[in-house]
Design a protein around this ligand. Structure first.
Ligand SMILES: Nc1ncnc2c1ncn2[C@@H]1O[C@H](COP(=O)(O)OP(=O)(O)OP(=O)(O)O)[C@@H](O)[C@H]1O
Ligand SMILES: [Mg+2]
Length: 337
């Protein structure tokens, strides 16, 4: 039976980019395993944070869910419907329900369009295709009210993106993402390009909108403090894999995976005494290339607690306690080994 509360379910999602050689005759010489078997589910109204170092596959996961990147294998079930199997027409309709907010408010808005047109464009396109029935006046009214709800009054409606600050542009991007009434927002580092003082304003706006429109969020962020504030649950990614998931509170108070511990130990603590007493885990080396195929745990090369089995077998993501899952042999019982 389909659990009605589950809005999005991602099952063993893989996105591999082929590496080709040769100018005229291209030969496939391997692949970059950007996303390599990611599974998670998102309940209605929840906000799941996706964290991990640069290049671990966070953006590719979001792009694949929205089918803006080709899925190599796996399933993406939105309200039980598999997006990965949908044909173009079906997919366009389904896209009403999920929208992306991009990181960079400077490059994600068309510089030749006015704020009002940017926000009303999705409505116009869907009205033209006959998917929604709204006349021009109603579209304009709706776009103006969304801009206003996102903190930009109608006096800003005729301005172009270059006339706005970074925070204001992100407000336009948020208003646009809400225009079709989505249920799910895929937010790819929505505040990391903004000044710290502006970040909290935008985060507060997103939180208010979440309550008001009953939105569900998949929220990528580099900054763990941002995720702790915004997300009820966190998934930690490493080299195309999810290595740990837990509620934000549990993850920050009792991280289990050695990679999560290293990530958290790198976060600065404002209290100098607490900071002094803290055990730091400094990771050796950089994230390895996602083009190398490893039989074992993706983190084994850099893990300070690696055991023999870690280089031989991939640890599955196993629930250790209530909704706390970890992919690490340190916590798996013998029968899993
Ligand atoms: N179109 C593409 N072709 C080939 N490789 C790609 C492509 N897009 C992404 N990659 C590679 O896939 C891996 C994951 O990239 P991705 O952008 O998803 O990482 P990320 O976690 O979002 O990183 P960041 O935190 O820097 O945004 C990287 O090694 C990247 O170089
Ligand atoms: Mg990214």
């Amino acid at each position: 039976m389909v659990d009605k509360e589950i809005l999005l379910e991602v099952k063993d999602l893989k996105v591999h980019f082929p590496i080709e050689k040769g100018l005229l005759i291209k030969k496939n010489i391997g692949s970059i395993r950007a996303v390599d078997g990611v599974s998670f589910s998102l309940r209605q109204g929840e906000s799941l944070g996706l964290v991990g170092e640069s290049g671990c596959g966070k953006s590719t996961t979001i792009m694949a869910i929205s089918r803006l990147e080709r899925i190599t294998s796996g399933q993406v079930l939105f309200e039980g419907q598999d997006l990965s199997l949908m044909k173009e027409q079906e997919l366009i309709r389904a896209r009403q329900n999920f929208q992306i907010i991009f990181q960079d408010p400077y490059s994600s808005l068309d510089p030749r369009m006015r704020a009002l047109d940017i926000v009303s464009e999705p409505l116009r396109i869907f009205a033209k295709k006959g998917i929604i029935t709204l006349d021009d006046a109603s579209i304009e009214k709706k776009a103006l009210s969304l801009l206003d709800r996102c903190g930009l009054s109608s006096t800003f409606a005729d301005r172009y993106p270059h006339e706005f600050s970074g925070g204001q542009r992100q407000r336009i991007g948020i208003a646009r993402s809400l225009s079709l009434g989505p249920k799910l927002i895929l937010a790819d580092e929505p505040v990391s390009a903004l000044d710290v003082s502006i970040q909290s304003q935008i985060l507060n706006l997103l939180k208010d909108l979440q309550d008001e429109f009953n939105l569900t969020f998949l929220f990528i962020a580099h900054d763990l403090a941002v995720v702790e504030y915004f997300c009820s649950r966190v998934a930690v990614m490493y080299l195309g894999n999810i290595v740990e998931t837990a509620s934000s509170k549990t993850l920050y108070e009792h991280p289990l995976h050695p990679y999560t511990k290293a990530l958290l130990s790198a976060v600065p603590i404002p209290d100098p005494i607490a900071g002094k007493n803290r055990k730091r885990t400094i990771l050796k080396g950089d994230v390895p290339s996602p083009s190398q195929v490893r039989p074992g745990c993706p983190f084994a090369d850099r893990c300070p607690q690696a055991m023999e089995i870690c280089t031989k077998k991939r640890p599955p993501l196993v629930e250790i306690s209530n909704q706390h899952e970890v992919a690490c042999f340190l916590y798996h019982d013998q029968e899993v080994l």
